[in-house]
Design a protein around this ligand. Structure first.
Ligand SMILES: *[C@@H]1O[C@H](CO)[C@@H](O)[C@H](O)[C@H]1NC(C)=O
Ligand SMILES: *[C@@H]1O[C@H](CO)[C@@H](O)[C@H](O)[C@H]1NC(C)=O
Ligand SMILES: *[C@@H]1O[C@H](CO)[C@@H](O)[C@H](O)[C@H]1NC(C)=O
Ligand SMILES: *[C@@H]1O[C@H](CO)[C@@H](O)[C@H](O)[C@H]1NC(C)=O
Ligand SMILES: *[C@@H]1O[C@H](CO)[C@@H](O)[C@H](O)[C@H]1NC(C)=O
Ligand SMILES: *[C@@H]1O[C@H](CO)[C@@H](O)[C@H](O)[C@H]1NC(C)=O
Ligand SMILES: *[C@@H]1O[C@H](CO)[C@@H](O)[C@H](O)[C@H]1NC(C)=O
Ligand SMILES: *[C@@H]1O[C@H](CO)[C@@H](O)[C@H](O)[C@H]1NC(C)=O
Ligand SMILES: *[C@@H]1O[C@H](CO)[C@@H](O)[C@H](O)[C@H]1NC(C)=O
Ligand SMILES: *[C@@H]1O[C@H](CO)[C@@H](O)[C@H](O)[C@H]1NC(C)=O
Ligand SMILES: *[C@@H]1O[C@H](CO)[C@@H](O)[C@H](O)[C@H]1NC(C)=O
Length: 515
């Protein structure tokens, strides 16, 4: 409620100030002296300066009080962005991509107005001062710093300075997990031993693909309240906390493809729709691995070349109303027998066909099960299998061989698989096993978080916290008492509601002032 009001207010304030001040005139290209290969375009209310591939070695200083839609300096030889080079202009989009930038002065973007998109990708940057973003922070929505040489970025501090940011692209920046631990900064301010949390309300897409991340632990992304898509593909992630999505109430897409996972984490999320585990080293699918994903539509397990089997309870509580595709291409599955629980539930579903893709499993054995469940197998006509461990056949051509298959698989199974074969309590409990912080009590956790900000943030979660999971069952109380809220969130919940009233008072007095 108050958030909506704040947003509304800032829009109101913004448009008012534009009406009243508005000293910015559209650059009409007429009286500008431009570098030789630059082109200025002006038509109606559109003004663009295009200096791409213009052999520039530095940025030209543009006249003050000009209003631009876009300034494109990509594909040049520019090595630095100096102080105030963009000061006192009004511009929505700046591209500096594919240059040789090594330095951006902390004041480079000071006094820039209304910048919404900033591209500094494909450069040679090793550092970026978060304070360089304070001025653009009032408006910046898309920020791309991909393909630079950072190794370390204070992502948390950058986001603190960019409260309107919707998309943050950090592809291939040589970042290790140390950088993402700075996200805790968004949630943690300690005032007299009381933890206060603010968080980020705009970010929808965070792209951290092609970095060197190794562990994704509990609470790391909790402050990104409106995150919809998280890209973590092409890292070296070995460990993912089962609960790390639980607080992200808008998350829809998680990509963990091309990492080093040996187990599929048992994630919990009310909203997640697409889950991508392709090209990892998963060998076995555990019990209940998708039981706590009620909105899931696509699970991609392609190219886990060692994946040869699943638990018979792997698909327990997989939501058949939402699921559209479960894909196991290029794995090493031998049989669909362990899929019995899922297959027999599917036969009860009237309209869910072509859900399971098991093509390109080189050791898949031909047998009745494949034929009986052909309606549920994606591209059944292309599905090949081995017969007696030797020749490969299109299963669809072998219908004669299996013409006298007994079609009572589910009947038999049904007797074996009791009504309570899948156990809801186990499914909920299991989420809390094997997580990064399963062993930390609330007070230890708080101590650790605090320590992080006094140290250099390099002491990350180490194995000792997740190898020993003997007392993890202890954490099931979270489910009973607070329903999908971690203890830390509860603290947040309280302080937010406490502060909401004061915020409201503040907003109303502000409104009164305006009128
Ligand atoms: C992460 O990278 C930074 C900067 O290169 C380095 O100082 C730090 O030791 C690295 N941390 C880990 C856990 O590898
Ligand atoms: C913090 O503690 C100091 C002394 O312990 C006290 O004077 C101050 O009022 C406290 N501040 C807040 C915000 O509680
Ligand atoms: C990732 O980190 C490991 C050890 O921390 C290091 O050996 C490796 O070179 C790093 N890879 C990249 C692409 O930075
Ligand atoms: C999973 O991620 C890989 C790599 O990014 C991509 O090629 C693939 O299309 C993704 N799968 C789905 C279902 O989006
Ligand atoms: C799956 O592969 C692992 C090792 O890669 C092996 O130990 C196991 O027996 C295999 N399981 C099946 C069902 O073949
Ligand atoms: C199919 O649905 C019916 C009624 O909902 C239920 O009694 C039966 O157990 C279901 N069969 C399977 C295999 O799930
Ligand atoms: C299918 O093949 C598997 C593996 O050889 C076997 O265990 C299973 O009994 C077969 N199923 C049927 C219905 O023949
Ligand atoms: C788990 O940790 C406790 C104390 O930290 C220790 O006594 C116990 O032996 C550990 N268990 C395992 C399986 O490592
Ligand atoms: C939970 O942990 C506490 C102390 O760590 C212990 O006293 C208690 O017995 C545990 N409860 C269960 C159900 O394991
Ligand atoms: C949690 O709820 C389950 C079922 O509702 C119950 O069996 C269990 O004892 C509860 N655990 C605690 C710690 O209250
Ligand atoms: C917000 O709430 C906390 C604790 O609930 C309180 O200490 C703090 O003073 C409040 N802040 C404002 C601005 O009211």
């Amino acid at each position: 409620m108050s958030i909506v009001l704040i947003v509304f207010l800032s829009i109101l304030r913004f448009t008012r100030s534009q009406e009243i001040v508005s000293p910015y005139v559209f650059a009409d290209c007429k009286h500008l002296i431009l570098p030789p290969r630059c082109q200025c375009y002006h038509s109606g209310h559109e003004s663009q300066l295009r200096c791409l591939k213009s052999e520039l070695h530095s940025l030209p200083k543009l006249p003050n009080n000009m209003r631009w839609d876009a300034l494109d300096f990509s594909l040049n030889y520019i090595t630095s962005v100096d102080s105030y080079v963009f000061a006192d202009i009004y511009v929505e989009k700046i591209s500096l991509k594919s240059n040789y930038l090594r330095r951006i002065e902390p004041t480079a973007f000071d006094r820039i107005k209304n910048l919404k998109q900033l591209y500094i990708n494909h450069n040679q940057l090793r550092e970026l001062h978060p304070q360089a973003l304070i001025s653009p922070g009032s408006s910046l929505e898309i920020f791309d710093v991909s393909y630079n040489l950072f190794q370390y970025l204070n992502i948390g501090e950058i986001l603190v300075n960019l409260p309107m940011l919707k998309q943050f692209h950090l592809v291939s920046c040589h970042l290790n997990s140390t950088s993402i631990y700075t996200l805790l900064k968004l949630t943690e301010t300690t005032i007299n031993d009381t933890i206060q949390r603010t968080g980020h309300y705009s970010l929808e897409l965070l792209d951290l693909s092609s970095n060197n991340l190794t562990t994704i632990c509990h609470g790391l992304f909790d402050a990104l309240y409106n995150l919809v898509e998280l890209r973590l593909q092409h890292n070296s992630i070995r460990l993912v906390d089962n609960n790390f999505l639980r607080s992200l109430t808008k998350i829809k897409i998680l990509n963990l493809a091309h990492n080093s996972l040996e187990h599929a984490p048992r994630l919990a999320s009310q909203t997640l729709e697409t889950l991508n585990f392709s090209s990892n080293h998963i060998q076995y699918l555990n019990d209940y691995f998708a039981s706590n994903l009620p909105s899931i539509q696509i699970i991609d397990l392609d190219s886990n070349q060692q994946l040869n089997s699943t638990s018979t309870r792997a698909f327990c509580f997989l939501n058949l109303n939402s699921i559209e595709k479960l894909t196991f291409r290029s794995n090493n599955l031998l049989t669909l027998n362990t899929f019995a629980e899922l297959l027999c539930r599917l036969t009860n579903q009237t309209s869910k066909f072509n859900v399971i893709d098991i093509n390109h499993n080189m050791n898949l054995k031909c047998n009745c099960t494949l034929i009986q469940f052909q309606n549920y197998l994606y591209h059944f006509n292309d599905l090949t299998c081995t017969h007696q461990g030797q020749d490969r056949y299109y299963i669809s051509k072998l219908l004669n061989w299996y013409s006298n298959c007994q079609m009572d698989f589910c009947m038999i199974r049904h007797r074996l698989i009791q009504p309570n074969y899948c156990n809801q309590a186990d499914a909920e409990r299991i989420v809390y096993e094997g997580t990064c912080e399963a062993k930390l009590s609330a007070s230890e956790e708080r101590k650790r978080l605090k320590a992080k900000f006094t140290s250099t943030m390099t002491t990350l979660i180490t194995n000792q916290w997740f190898d020993n999971t003997t007392d993890s069952r202890n954490r099931t109380w979270i489910d009973n008492s607070t329903k999908a809220r971690s203890p830390s969130q509860q603290r947040l919940g309280n302080s937010v509601s406490w502060n909401q009233s004061s915020l409201l008072v503040f907003i109303f007095s502000f409104l009164l002032l305006l009128l």
